[in-house]
Design a protein around this ligand. Structure first.
Ligand code: GLP
Length: 251
């Protein structure tokens, strides 16, 4: 089912598998229409199915990553790239090691940087000068995009951020304990994200239904960072039925 909500094309899919296939189709369309696209990739549990589908499409020659440049949204700080919880590791493990993307076309904020502010400044310059054609986003339970937590300014560039208690709790499921979750991160800012030509946001699961409703029907406010997407001219949102349940009740 497709609907337009506050300027955003919203697809509500039957289940997570269909959501993943739909998102992979959107990314494929971008790659096939512009084989040298700059794509902003996201981490988290939600995109894993989409990345699996892209790996299949690449193996079956439906998509070609050889001209693609990747810019990742965010990274924990500090963290070693070799740490299995780093987003650097996640992206290689879940996508980049399994497709024909060039290794020198992968850009991820450096969680090992000594000078964190300089790293953010340089990453921002790099992303801005290249220009992102399609930015992929997941959604935090508190409405964050990247690691732009509630109350982040809409003018924010790539920066170093302290994570919210709720984000640390949500991400603790990937670690052995709460203590092990890094308490800060590097993230593209909201302005960096909004400068992308197109945005694809994927939202899955019942626990995201309430925040999804706020994004599409609520006020545009820094208290719900993803609500800023209502101001972007080309956003596609793909939800599964669980995440879209409250939206469906309102339409
Ligand atoms: C992390 C990432 C976000 C991601 C969010 C949602 O906090 N920094 O970019 O969107 O998790 O993750 P999940 O898809 O696992 O719910």
């Amino acid at each position: 089912m497709q609907i337009d909500l506050n300027n955003i094309k919203v697809f509500i899919e039957e289940d997570y598998d269909k959501l993943s296939k739909k998102c992979a189709e959107v990314i494929k369309a971008q790659m096939n229409s512009k084989p040298d696209s700059n794509i902003g990739f996201a981490t988290g549990g939600t995109p894993v199915g989409t990345y699996k589908e892209l790996i299949r499409m690449n193996a079956e020659k439906e998509v070609d990553f050889s001209g693609i440049t990747a810019f990742n949204l965010d990274e924990y700080y500090p963290i070693l790239k070799s740490d299995s919880q780093s987003y650097d590791y996640f992206m290689k493990d879940n996508l980049f090691n399994h497709v024909n993307i060039k290794k020198d076309r992968l850009f991820i904020p450096n969680g090992e940087a000594k000078d964190v502010d300089l790293e953010c400044e340089e990453y921002e310059k790099h992303v801005m000068s290249a220009g992102v054609d399609l930015q992929i986003l997941g959604l935090g339970l508190n409405g964050h995009i990247g690691f732009n937590e509630p109350e982040s300014v809409f003018t924010g560039k790539t920066h170093h951020v302290n994570l919210d208690e709720s984000t640390i709790n949500a991400n603790a499921r990937f670690f052995n304990s709460y203590e092990e979750v890094p308490k800060s991160a590097l993230t593209m800012g909201i302005k960096t994200i909004m400068m992308a030509k197109k945005i694809l946001i994927m939202i899955s699961g019942e626990n995201k239904a309430e925040i999804a409703e706020k994004i599409f029907f609520g006020d545009i406010t820094p208290f719900v960072p993803a609500s800023v997407l209502q101001l972007h001219p080309d956003v596609t949102a793909v939800l599964d039925k669980e995440a879209g349940s409250r939206i469906m009740k309102r339409i």
